[in-house]
Design a protein around this ligand. Sequence first.
Ligand SMILES: [Zn+2]
Length: 174
Amino acid sequence: MAILHGWRTCPRCEGRLENDGAQAICHGRCRSVYYANSAPCVSGLVEDAEGRLLLARRAVEPYLGLWDPPGGFLEEGEHPVEGLRRELLEETGLEAEIGSFVGAWMDVYGEADEAAATLNLYWSATVADGDPQAADDVAELRWFAADALPAGGELAFTTVKHALAAWRRRGLAP
Ligand SMILES: [Zn+2]
């Protein structure tokens, strides 16, 4: 659902909002302005020495039981690379070396009416230290060879298919 959908009064001062969907301006006491943005998410395409990719089986909805690369939502004010290191550590126990930027893809998080727009940023990464241990909202971690990735129907989020395709193209490049 669009962030500002249904907003009529200011959440800070209960003043009247002028809301065009892209921004909502408080005409009450506080004069706050609220913007509708996609929520930024970061993910790591973590490779091992054999060129295999680390994927996580989701332990939570949406897409419970399906596979996606480890990652998550950025916190307010957090640099995306720092956020990615934090998410990789939380979900996999790995200290990661973040590599090059792979790409940005738009998606949604959640079901139908509740779905929030997301901006998904992907980096390549390697393991600096540790062994993968599923934690946080991850049920299982597994290394996949580039030619043996889960089928499309076993992948969470539309974005993941695009990101994995980009990763495979990079791997096949001379
Ligand atoms: Zn207000």
